[in-house]
Design a protein around this ligand. Structure first.
Ligand code: AMP
Ligand code: MG
Ligand code: MG
Length: 306
């Protein structure tokens, strides 16, 4: 059965338990309390959790898809990976999906996997652990098509256990959660809490929000859109990277939302592209009018994001 499924379904099906394991590693590092923080640049950190989660994700994907192109946030290391970090299970629900014809015969050379092993590191180091996600995005050609978002610190209300893994494939659907529309008659905007500047603030002001939710992580902010907690994610800055937006964009588009740059264009995720999302990020929940936000952003702000 597994081998007869399409490459893209096998890849997403494998990524679901891999991201879940990476989330367990993120929690384990925090429990041990040995974060070993490395300063990568201005307001840009890496911890033992970022490094270990990445080793788990890359080793597991390489084991099952040896030739696949993977671009990940942290520098690669040659350290041996504990055998229980190599995950080869597949999510059965994903494996049973049918793909639209244009995705059925996608070849390995058309795929690029974008990995952010821990999105929201600044918040993780400050104890705001519910802002953290593990992000694995799958691009087919230029487009973000598949995404897995794992929230290590989501507490399951039924079982009390930690962790939630959601997946989405554009044109196919989503799983692992039930999307909720944001409240009508209000405009709640989510944005950065640790990478703001005057342009970021000016864009928010131009949109006259009823409420602003300043939280960490691109993954967490898109989850707020999917869970009906915010209408839009607005970040008029070139600070985020392709591994921050690939998985969230794919999942958001799979439920009818939209993620573009501040000019309204979708980013390209082919492996040759430069990493920074220089033209900013504008994401809207399903049912929101994306074009309304685009027209309200002043031209002088757009001109700063080129
Ligand atoms: P934030 O909304 O600030 O949590 O940012 C979302 C993602 O983009 C996180 O992975 C951040 O690390 C990254 N990011 C945003 N702005 C910057 C920046 N100025 N420098 C480095 N990383 C950034
Ligand atoms: Mg990130
Ligand atoms: Mg990261």
């Amino acid at each position: 059965m597994a081998q007869s499924a399409a490459l893209l379904t096998r890849l997403v099906a494998s990524t679901v338990p891999i991201a879940t394991k990476a989330g367990q590693i993120v929690r384990d590092v925090m429990s041990r309390g040995e974060l070993n923080i490395v300063d990568k640049g201005k307001n840009d950190f890496q911890t033992e959790a970022d490094r270990s989660a990445q080793r788990c994700i890359i080793s597991s994907l390489n084991k099952q898809f040896p030739e696949i192109t993977i671009i990940s946030e942290e520098e690669k290391s040659n350290c041996e990976v504990p055998s229980d970090w190599i995950i080869t299970d597949m999510d059965q629900e994903v494996l049973n999906l049918s793909l639209p014809p244009h995705l059925e015969n996608v070849d390995l050379k058309d795929l690029c996997v974008w990995v952010d092993p821990l999105d929201g590191t600044a918040e993780y180091t400050q104890g705001l652990v519910e802002h953290v996600t593990v992000l694995v995005g799958i691009a087919v050609g230029d487009k973000a098509i598949g995404g897995v978002i794992h929230q290590p610190y989501f507490k399951n209300p039924d079982t009390g256990s930690w962790g939630r893994t959601i997946w989405g494939i554009e044109g196919v659907g989503v799983g692992g959660f039930t999307p909720t529309p944001p409240p009508k008659g209000k405009r709640i905007i989510t944005t950065t809490r640790s990478h703001s500047d005057s342009t970021v603030e000016a864009a928010l002001n131009a949109l006259e929000p009823d409420e602003i939710l300043k939280v960490g992580g691109a993954g967490h902010k898109v989850m707020l859109l999917l869970d009906g907690k915010a209408h839009a994610y607005v970040f008029a800055s070139g600070g985020s990277k392709k591994w921050d937006t690939c998985a969230p964009e794919a999942v958001l588009h799979a439920v009818g939302g939209t993620l573009t740059d501040m000019h309204g264009d979708r980013y390209s995720y082919n492996p040759k592209i430069s990493y920074p999302n220089k033209r900013g990020v504008l994401a809207t929940a399903p049912g929101e009018q994306h074009s309304w936000y685009l027209t309200r952003i002043p031209d002088d702000i757009k001109q700063r994001l080129v």
